[in-house]
Design a protein around this ligand. Structure first.
Ligand code: UGY
Ligand code: MN
Length: 247
């Protein structure tokens, strides 16, 4: 049936919800046999870019002048960064440093969550080296002591990194224990399940496949609804002074 112009997608000054019915594919420079659904970018108000890359077998992302984080949603990709080489399957990921050439090549039809951000160096701290790992290898931590809300931090806890990417898994009925308001912004991709997301002063039903951008100070809260866990991948800028570069 025709959707008669309806969508759950919204774009507000403080947040955006991007739902699969509204996705438009595009090709970014350097991509081959691949398409990008750009969810967040400076055009929206974000200080980072996040897209879903849909790749054919043999497709590649091309190089990138910024830091890049890739998380495999489906399929498998080979990542070449300097002398290092890794084959990444579902829920495995790579951090690729700014200014280092690399390649990301799909071994089969694959989908990736890709986050790119200009690196903010700090004096006396060496920039991070590229590495790859797997979500399954990361120890889960209960958020604020709640065993039904588990956080896995995919990047090392180090001032060298100027962002974090975590997965958060909510058992049915679990919720953030407070409405958060913070200077950091978020890019969030729903991986499994669903629930209700409060963004600013609106409440949205959300489900796997949806993307959310939360700008700085956007009041935010989530409660998981349904009979299966809800899980999302969440980006946050981190470890840097709000006034920017250290002089
Ligand atoms: O890390 C966070 O700020 C996270 N708790 N926010 C969120 O889930 N909306
Ligand atoms: Mn938050």
């Amino acid at each position: 049936m025709h959707n008669l112009g309806l969508t759950r997608s919204v774009r507000r000054a403080t947040h955006a919800l991007h739902t699969p019915d509204a996705f438009i594919r595009t090709q970014l420079p350097g991509m081959s046999k691949a398409a990008a659904i750009v969810h967040a970018s400076p055009a929206l108000g974000a200080a980072f870019t996040q897209y879903t890359a849909e790749m054919d077998a043999g497709g590649s992302l091309g190089d990138c002048p910024y830091q890049r984080f890739v998380f495999v949603l489906e399929g498998s990709v080979e990542v070449l960064a300097g002398p290092a080489q890794a084959l990444l399957g579902k829920h495995e990921y790579a951090y690729l440093s700014e200014g280092e050439n690399h390649e990301v090549i799909a071994r089969e039809p694959s989908r990736l969550a890709v986050i790119e951000k200009a690196y903010q160096p700090i004096k006396g701290v060496a920039a991070p080296e590229p590495f790859s790992s797997s979500e399954g290898k990361v120890q889960a931590q209960p958020l604020m002591g709640d065993p039904d809300l588990l956080v896995r931090s995919l990047l090392p806890d180090s001032m060298a990194f100027d962002f974090v990417v975590n997965t958060m898994t909510y058992q049915p009925g679990a919720a953030l224990s407070m409405v958060e308001v913070h200077v950091m912004e978020h890019g969030l991709l729903m991986l499994e399940g669903g629930g209700i997301y409060r963004l600013d002063d609106e409440w949205y039903p959300v489900a796997a496949g949806d993307f959310i951008w939360m700008g700085p100070y956007c009041p935010q809260w989530f409660g998981a609804i349904g009979k299966t866990p809800a899980k999302y991948l969440i980006y946050k800028d981190w470890n840097r002074h709000p006034l920017g570069q250290q002089r």
